[in-house]
Unconditional design. Structure first.
Length: 161
């Protein structure tokens, strides 16, 4: 068995200290060790975006990030963000726009969309489409997802005006 490495990481505001095999990917650590199943595993190759989480404030592919890379850092998953702020607004817009069906892609979509809303509040519809092009959805055809994200961008602009 491979040597275990110490890991000290804060996940959704809660500190965890454990030992972990160095080859463990972040999404496997979150799902299997912490029981946070909101981040999904699709392609395991960095292509589909289902595993998207935040590491130190930026979205990463959980299947391409080793858990030990999060040592000393802070991770946010959909479980820690759903009750407030941008994610809550996005969830409501996704429901209103029928932007999810099976829901497999949805947590990754929401995490990617959250970063867009926070960092590019002026994004055009074309920029929204490009931004989420790294997140695959087999069900919705994408238009409803783009509609939902554009709704949130518009709503936030209106409330700030
Ligand atoms: S499972 Fe990570 S990008 Fe597909
Ligand atoms: S809602 Fe099913 S994969 Fe996107």
């Amino acid at each position: 068995m491979a040597d275990l490495h110490p890991l000290h990481v804060t996940v959704n505001g809660q500190a965890h200290r454990c030992s972990i095999a160095p080859r463990t990917h972040l999404v496997d650590f979150l799902r299997e060790d912490l029981g946070l199943k909101g981040s999904h595993l699709g392609c395991e190759h960095g292509v589909c975006g289902a595993c998207t989480v935040e590491l130190n404030g930026q979205i990463v592919r959980g299947c391409l990030t080793l858990a030990v890379q999060a040592d000393g850092g802070s991770v946010q998953t959909i479980e820690g963000l759903s009750q407030s702020g941008v994610i809550r607004d996005l969830q409501q817009a996704f429901v209103a726009r029928n932007a999810l069906q099976c829901g497999f892609c949805t947590s990754g979509m929401l995490m990617a969309a959250k970063e867009l809303v926070e960092t590019r509040p002026e994004a055009t519809r074309a920029e929204v489409r490009e931004w989420i092009s790294g997140n695959y959805c087999r069900c919705t055809g994408y238009h409803a997802i783009v509609d939902a994200i554009c709704d949130v961008l518009r709503q936030r602009k209106e409330t700030q005006a």
